[in-house]
Design a protein around this ligand. Structure first.
Ligand code: B1M
Length: 239
């Protein structure tokens, strides 16, 4: 008779039986393999064990994505696989989103944020949007592949304090200058704080294109946004 008993490798791993450290490592593997349901389950287990949402985000999800990024760069992973990883990451982020945004604070400013034209990377930008919301900003997330007309439309409609731009490609980062130059041409540049971010950028680049600041990561984006909005309000009060 045929033996249908699953062998050890086919048996489903019960994530809840793993100790924290093992579970985090398993989540890095699951993110690598693009397993959304497992990532959602792992996220919920860590939260259930009292982990702060920010700690789950940094240690389990962002670190997992960093590993994916290395193998993508080295040609070990390809676009379809990385898309699965991104999808799994988004599953975890969706669970963390309300927790990170749960401050109940009054809006301290409005932010329009989007990824620039030609660029469809949105994980980091969405993370920044989530963290800004959590810090009490009202955030209008205009998505990916935004031409200057999309920023202008959002500015007109929402009258933000801050315009945030994200770019993950060396080929798309110069487009940030197109947006800033258009603001200058239209005499609006001084009406907004312009923050830029994304892995290939740096302070020098941000300065060269005329942004107010470069934000290395989501925490820096929040700190910078808070600081610059307060400075602006202070200057307005003195004027
Ligand atoms: Co893309 N990709 N990708 N990719 N991808 C990179 C960026 C790359 C570095 C990979 C590599 O080679 N190592 C490389 C860029 C090389 C370069 O230009 N120097 C690359 C490439 C080449 C490409 C394609 C061209 C591949 C191809 O088609 N041959 C293609 C381009 C598509 C396009 O945009 N037109 C492509 C496609 C994709 C996928 C669709 C498969 C997928 C995106 C899915 C999605 O986002 N929905 C993808 C992914 C996932 C990546 C990597 C692996 C991960 C990016 C990520 O999500 N990181 C990435 C490698 C890497 O960066 N290590 C890579 C996690 C995220 C939390 O970090 O985005 O840096 P990050 O965001 C941080 C900060 O940068 C900052 O705060 C965030 C949170 O802390 N930040 C901001 C970001 N935006 C901000 C905005 C702000 C402030 C701070 O405003 C105020």
């Amino acid at each position: 008779m045929e033996d249908n008993t699953p062998d050890q490798t086919e048996e489903e791993l019960d994530l809840s039986t793993l100790a924290d450290e093992e579970l985090v490592e398993q989540m890095h593997d699951d993110l690598y393999d693009g397993l959304k349901e497992e990532i959602e389950e792992g996220t919920n287990i860590l939260l259930g064990r009292g982990w702060e949402a920010g700690k789950v985000l940094d240690q389990a999800l962002v670190e997992g994505m960093r590993i994916v990024g290395i193998d993508f760069r080295d040609g070990i992973l390809f676009v379809p696989e990385v898309l699965m990883s991104a999808n799994a990451m988004k599953g975890g982020m969706a669970i963390l989103r309300p927790l990170l945004a749960e401050t109940g604070a009054q809006s301290i400013g409005k932010v329009v944020i989007g990824t620039v034209k030609g660029d469809i990377h949105d994980i980091g930008k969405n993370l920044v949007a989530m963290m800004l919301e959590g810090a009490g900003f009202e955030v209008i997330n205009i998505g990916i592949n935004n031409g200057v007309e999309n920023y202008l439309e959002a500015i007109e409609e929402h009258k933000p304090d801050i315009i945030g731009m994200s770019a993950l490609l060396t080929t798309t980062m110069p487009y940030m200058k197109v947006v800033i130059d258009t603001l200058i041409e239209q005499g609006m540049r001084k009406d907004f704080i312009v923050l830029v971010g994304g892995a290939p950028l740096n302070e020098e680049f941000a300065q060269a294109i005329g942004a107010d600041a470069y934000c290395r990561d989501a925490s820096v984006a929040v700190e910078t946004a808070q600081q610059l909005v307060l400075e602006r309000r202070g200057q307005a009060a003195l004027a």
